[in-house]
Design a protein around this ligand. Structure first.
Ligand code: FAD
Length: 524
């Protein structure tokens, strides 16, 4: 049986080599052996998480969307095949989501890198936008759009992620309270479905596919191009950090900030266990690190830090100081624990790159990352904080813990993205369901903090936190979800499961796409 399945797979791959004349199709090193092939397949077996390693049987480096369409048309028409296919953007998943065990990985960065900027002319009603191929990195789009004074509105903290990869999840950062996640800032997509059909879709054209793909975990189609909304780019950014000892005051101030979108452009926050908790800090904010080591001196306290920003649109706009002062007057941070710098818009958005370079220099970038990301309703955020602190030891935790509020109304319920469900008995009076926190426990398993064997323990702890937060009073949901069983996936989607499964049956009926998510087993 094993042997027969293997033969069938190899036959399929050989057929593909013949069919796919323009693209480069590479089989696994087991079949051919040269070094560059080994490197390509081993890259496709890896991701940023460094927790799961699944080798594909082959890697496709398409030279056009047609190559992808050809591959998927062939696979969906050949009933004998068990082959699965995963698009790989920048490979920054944590739990093998862009891997295809024994299947085919499509390297999206090999598609021609197209970025076409369309600037709205004065008096025109239409919005400015960019048409971008799916494998382009957000940092490339930023650099290109800034040349004409424009930029996307909604971001991720780290920009070396692909357009198709973040649109398959959500794409969130400190601007999301104001503009929504990246998936609500897209006007149109070119998608190749699991049946190999190339479809241009938007809210008014093949809208079911458009919304399915956004936040769809790669299940319904491969995004070969996206039309991203642009706005005028700010000239520079006033970037501030304020510290707190009291969690309630911290969250109250965060919620105050997101209630002022006319003044505030970005809001995030951190739980500060020690000086390692504030990513990028030593470079941008060298002065605010001095008091944090006090946390280590016998007390088990933590600090909380709000990070927010105000954008400056005119080069000589002096009102920025006044705006910042007005905001600060309403906040209740620890006396004198406020820090502020002014940086270019590009440097602000690209801030995590500074940290990456530092971690690479120390040799602690390419290590396991047992990350956990959860959406937590406002009503459960304090309980979730307690749960987290019970399961984390500040002494051996390395990495930031992000925590900041989002507004549910900025998310479209048509997309496949999952937020905590609104409680059935909610009267809507207090508006508590409207605010949802994102909490990112971004742990690095450095050799210093995680000796061999401890990774399993950390993953077990993550599972414990997730189970308690999803199942109990907290009512949380995972962001960038990773589940082990069909039942857990059903629970994850909750009331949205039927729609998700129906969309899958319609756009990828043989369950060919994104097997690394582990949601739907391949149908032969
Ligand atoms: P990949 O890991 O390559 O793919 C992810 C999934 O999308 C896979 O299932 C894959 O098959 C599918 N996919 C990839 N490309 C396509 C395509 N073109 N069409 C259809 N499906 C596709 N997320 C945030 O929201 N906010 C953040 O601030 C943030 N910061 C991060 C910082 C770092 C350092 C890292 C490692 C991750 C961060 N993320 C953040 C998570 C990130 O958004 C997701 O992991 C995202 O999927 C990464 O994009 P990628 O191109 O690496 O995707």
């Amino acid at each position: 049986m094993e042997f027969a399945m293997f033969c069938t797979r190899v036959n399929t791959l050989l057929l593909l080599v013949v069919l796919c004349s323009s693209c480069k199709f590479i089989q696994s090193p087991m079949d051919f052996g040269p070094l560059d092939i080994a490197q390509t397949t081993s890259t496709a077996s890896l991701d940023f998480g460094s927790i799961l390693f699944n080798s594909p049987s082959g890697v496709l480096r398409p030279e056009s969307p047609r190559d992808i369409s050809l591959l998927l048309s062939f696979l969906s028409a050949s009933s004998f095949s068990q082959v699965t296919v995963a698009a790989r953007g920048a490979g920054h998943s944590i739990y093998g989501q862009a891997q295809a065990p024994d299947g085919i990985v499509i390297m999206m960065d090999s598609l021609p890198s197209t970025i076409e900027i369309h600037r709205r002319r004065d008096g025109e009603a239409a919005l400015s936008y960019a048409d971008v191929s799916g494998g382009v990195l957000w940092v490339e789009l930023l650099a290109e759009s800034l040349k004409v004074g424009l930029a996307p509105r909604s971001w991720t903290d780290y920009l070396y992620l692909s357009i198709g990869g973040t649109l398959s999840n959500g794409g969130i950062s400190g601007q999301a309270f104001k503009y929504g996640p990246q998936i609500t800032n897209v006007l149109q997509l070119d998608v190749i479905t699991g049946k190999g059909k190339l479809v241009t879709c938007s809210p008014t054209m093949s809208s079911e596919l458009f919304y399915a793909v956004l936040g769809g975990l790669g299940q319904f189609g491969i995004i070969t191009s996206a039309r991203i909304l642009l706005q005028d780019a700010p000239h520079k950014v006033r970037w501030l950090r304020a510290f707190y000892q009291d969690f309630d005051i911290f969250t109250k101030d965060q919620e105050l900030l997101i209630s002022m979108p006319e003044k505030v452009d970005y809001v995030e926050g951190f739980i500060v266990l020690d000086e390692r908790s504030l990513h990028g800090s030593s470079i941008a904010f060298p002065s605010h690190m001095d008091f944090i080591p006090d946390l280590q001196k016998g007390s088990s306290n933590v600090y909380y830090c709000i990070e927010f920003a105000v954008y400056v649109y005119e080069a000589k706009d002096s009102s920025i100081e006044q705006v910042a002062e007005e905001i600060l007057r309403q906040m209740s941070y620890m006396p004198s624990r406020i820090y502020s710098v002014e940086v270019s818009y590009f440097d602000f958005l690209n801030r995590v790159r500074m940290e990456e370079m530092e971690l690479r220099r120390r040799g602690v970038w390419d290590i396991p990352h047992p990350w956990l990301n959860m959406f937590v309703p406002k009503s459960g955020i304090k309980e979730f904080r307690d749960l987290l602190m019970e399961n984390i030891s500040p002494q051996d935790f390395e990495g930031p813990i992000l925590i900041y509020p989002l507004l549910r109304e900025k998310w479209s319920t048509n997309t496949s993205a999952v937020l905590p469900e609104v409680a059935a008995d909610s009267t809507g009076g207090g508006g508590d369901d409207e605010v949802v926190y994102i909490v990112g426990v971004l742990r690095s398993a450095t050799p210093g903090s995680c000796p061999p064997g401890c990774l399993h323990d950390l993953l077990r702890r993550n599972r414990r936190i997730t189970e308690a937060a999803v199942g109990g009073q907290v009512g949380a949901k995972q962001y960038l979800p990773h589940h082990q069983t069909a039942m857990q996936w059903r629970q994850h989607f909750g009331r949205g499961w039927e729609r998700f499964a129906a969309r899958k049956a319609r756009f990828d009926p043989l369950n060919i796409l994104a097997p690394g998510q582990g949601i739907f087993p391949r149908i032969s």
